[in-house]
Design a binder for this molecule. Sequence first.
Ligand SMILES: *[C@@H]1O[C@H](CO)[C@@H](O)[C@H](O)[C@H]1NC(C)=O
Ligand SMILES: *[C@@H]1O[C@H](CO)[C@@H](O)[C@H](O)[C@H]1NC(C)=O
Length: 537
Amino acid sequence: MVKTVLLHVICGVLAVLSVSLVNADDPYRYYTWTVTYGTLYPLGVPQQVILINGQFPGPRLDVVTNDNIVLNLINKLDQPFLLTWNGIKQRKNSWQDGVLGTNCPIPPNSNYTYNFQPKDQIGTFTYFPSTLLHKAAGGYGGLNVYERPSIPIPFPNPDGDFTLLIGDWYKTSHKTLQQSLDSGKSLPFPDGVLINGQGHTTFSGDQGKTYMFRISNVGLSTSINFRIQGHTLKLVEVEGSHTLQGIYDSLDVHVGQSIAVLVTLNQAPKDYYIVASTRFTKNVLTASAVLHYSNSQSAVSGPLPAGPTDQFHWSMEQARTFRWNLTASAARPNPQGSFHYGKITTTKTIVLANSAPLINGKQRYAVNGISYINADTPLKLADYFNIPGVFSMSSIQGLPGGPASIATSVMPANLHDFIEVVFQNNEKTIQSWHLDGYDFWVVGYGSGQWTSAKRSTYNLVDALTRHTAQVYPNSWTTIFVSLDNQGMWNVRSANWERQYLGQQFYLRVWTSVHSLANEYNIPTNALLCGRAVGRHP
Ligand SMILES: *[C@@H]1O[C@H](CO)[C@@H](O)[C@H](O)[C@H]1NC(C)=O
Ligand SMILES: *[C@@H]1O[C@H](CO)[C@@H](O)[C@H](O)[C@H]1NC(C)=O
């Protein structure tokens, strides 16, 4: 684009204008969201929840690829607050990622206007609070990015579109849960599972028609299995990838993940159970909702459809069947498989092992022995203003080992590298890993210790890209990442206790070439805090 090329030669004075100029063709959508506490009865007892514009879950963001979202978030809580946009890649724009390594939290009775674009993305995403244990009180919602009319999706447009936010839930307030973690104790087992914030939701459709169900696991720690009585699920999309459209009786969705399925109402006209139940837990928690045929002649009946009884093996086998449809279009008018990720030589291998050490007598979680703590200043701002002493780029290594310790850990990486990351889980619990700023190819799952010999088992042809990958107990998962997005990016456990107690770090994707083609300038409204107070964006 001529416009873009021209901008590169214009000096920094105009830099702030560049974001709006480059995207001038794409529509703007304006939102004002106010975050408050409220009292609701999600599991039948009154409790404090976090509302956005009075709603729990928060308002659904329905946008189109490349829309410019201008969202003024007003914090009326008694604690600092941020939302993060789970799976939105924030191209060149980690300034808007909404995590404490990139943004100052919005103080109580204050606001911040996010300005971002779901660039070249289509699919099912979510947003949620990244601060403290706010996620345990709600504040989350669906974020659906629809295709532009000029680019067909690889399935007929469904007759309707339902967003299901499913997650484990506690009757205990987020502050009490946080105190428990601060004192060095783990969270107890959850009290229940919610579907869209409730125990009883009804989704209605017409017999013979086909509906999309967008399912996201917005819980704190528990994998779920999703199924619908008497109906099969056709998987069509996973976190922005169009999949081979396999037919499933039920699907596992791990914390932080999203999938979209098509369901045809091809059964007798009655009501059917929609079920979500916890996976890999000693006690199984179950939530149900209702699929109502508009011509239904009877209420839901019969036992709830049973979930898988096999534990990890079944789930890993299922995960391997999630594959890219290479001929399907993506958000841009080219087939998904046109970038041959399997033919690119990786420049580096990083092995990340999770652990649960006691440090100073308290429960912590760590990556390669390092348990992350937030700094007093967002790392991104420290980097930009050259404030020394906020983080260390040598505190975390790319291989497991070493004694457990606490640090504000940042791993350096080169822009345009193509890396292999192995998540090695030597613990007995399932892990869920998320990377901000990217989606990545999940090329392999296996049990035991990863060795370079496991590379022969990788799917180098049609692995799908996603933003959150599960790692089974005493197993490994390998991803390939094309580091094409400069910024300071959070790598974290999507299990919120683990994230809160240190199982995270930041990946600083960097080049010495300073160019707006690689990264946007700091937003003029950036909040400043800690050692960045008084600096000028
Ligand atoms: C707070 O909201 C006002 C409009 O009410 C807006 O002008 C201002 O830029 C917002 N502050 C930030 C930091 O985005
Ligand atoms: C792959 O996508 C194409 C559309 O490009 C579609 O016609 C085909 O049915 C899809 N294949 C599978 C197996 O899902």
